[in-house]
Design a protein around this ligand. Sequence first.
Ligand SMILES: [Zn+2]
Ligand SMILES: [Zn+2]
Length: 553
Amino acid sequence: MLLAVALTILSGAGVLRAQEPNLVRNPSFDQLDGQGMPLGYELGGDAAYRKSLGNPKLDASDAGIVLDGAGIEGSVSQTVAIDPRQGRAYSFRFRGLPQDSFEVADNGLFMKVEFFGNGAAYDGKLKQLFPIIQQARRDLSVNGDMHVGGAAVWRDYVLNFYVPFPQVDRVKLTVACTGGGEAPTSSAPQPDRNLSGDDFDTERGPAGFGRGPQPKLLDTAGHSFFVTDFSLIALPEPASSRPKAAPAAALGTGQLLPLGGRWFYAALPGETRAPALFDHSNAERLLYRDGPGGQCEIPFFDNMSATLRAGDKDLAGNTVTADRLVADNVTVRFDAESMILHTHGLPNHPTGRFPEEGFGPGSNPNTIQEQDETYYIPLVPKVNPNHFALAGVSSNGALNMGPIGVAVNGVVFFNPFDAGQMDASNLMDRCCGHPNPFGQYHYHKYPICLNSPWSDEGNAHSPLIGWAFDGFPIYGPYESANVMAKDETGPAALNAFNIHYDSQRGWHYHVTPGKFPYLIGGYWGEVDRRNIRRPRGNGPPPGGPPPDGPPPF
Ligand SMILES: [Zn+2]
Ligand SMILES: [Zn+2]
């Protein structure tokens, strides 16, 4: 459930504004028409509707559409009205999962947008998706359980486009598989085929893979591609052109107000002060500059609301019986020293089903629970001259147990170990996370499922995915086109902390799929100790990091 926020919600943060940025109707495919088909969608060929995608015993995912490879054609579409006066830059995305045996012929899987207005059709724009899947299989399979299956995960597929003519008032959004039978022989990435019109896209690009035995818990042997969570979002013009943070005038829509460190507020025309609180209603105007003269990230865009799912526990520990939107899952404010992030800790993507039952030893007995946590991310990180990294494969105190950083969706990062010094990277769900005994959902490795406004397809330096508690930013796995940071050698090589330096971003961490320490290998900088504590709001422990009690997770 991406941005389907149509409720006004009372919360501790006050009354949040009602809004509905997602222009797609029935984005989660859960409303049905008289025939039992998803309301508002057109299905073509052999596209099939399912009330739950994947294995309902394993995955807490939304309803959606199944497309098959293997020579079978199918499509799912929705036609959406737009108002071109509201701006002409849009982002069409959906969440997809390619099962391990999903194959199509060249160009057999794509997403496209077609333009209509005044009774006429105006062509469209199309993006090939199978190359992205191939690249993920080549680069990210090792991110999975036992270093297998990490490419068969939920992730966002994104097509950003510019409406070519002002008279366009409808767009048709389609994901389609044209089958074709033969598996592709070439793994070369295909460029986007731009059928017409402007293309402001500065997106990162294309994606391969290795097969192995099926992971122990995953139901990935099939040959389907799952589709859900359609969204069409008007991009704010500053964000749509991925601006350099300076000069502010280049944005054309008001001032860029500094918030401290690398943070800026893209003010509306006439606005002279930034809001005191950032939430889902203004996240698209909260910019993080990569570095001096660098590009701007909009890290919290589409990342501040989440769903508390039926079966999970609320803050009070009660089991929730129906999915509940938590619009203010993440909120952010600033003081002179810190970006202060409050989170309910709920993942805004599908997860495994917890507790895991019936899978024998290694099954996670915990339940995902809503949290109430505040983290302090230093605005100006300082290198700690006394830093040291994890040594080898056992914890030496370089990183505390419990949270060590926070992702842009408010889910926390943990070190590579669970209690008992087990390498935790093999105990995750299909979205790279799992809950600990406090119900706190967390990542021990690259969370491919994370939303990013700029999809990471491996053709440029990855976007920001979060921060360590020392304030240094954590980026996705790629250093440049088709080169993962973990494979860099020489001056650009990552050190034992998984950090390196470049002139644009300064010191920054990278995640290293399949390669210890996966996230960060130690704190390069000085940590705000307020962050080091047990979950559930307990204060910092008197004598350093808390122990992590058994059982694992
Ligand atoms: Zn880098
Ligand atoms: Zn864990």
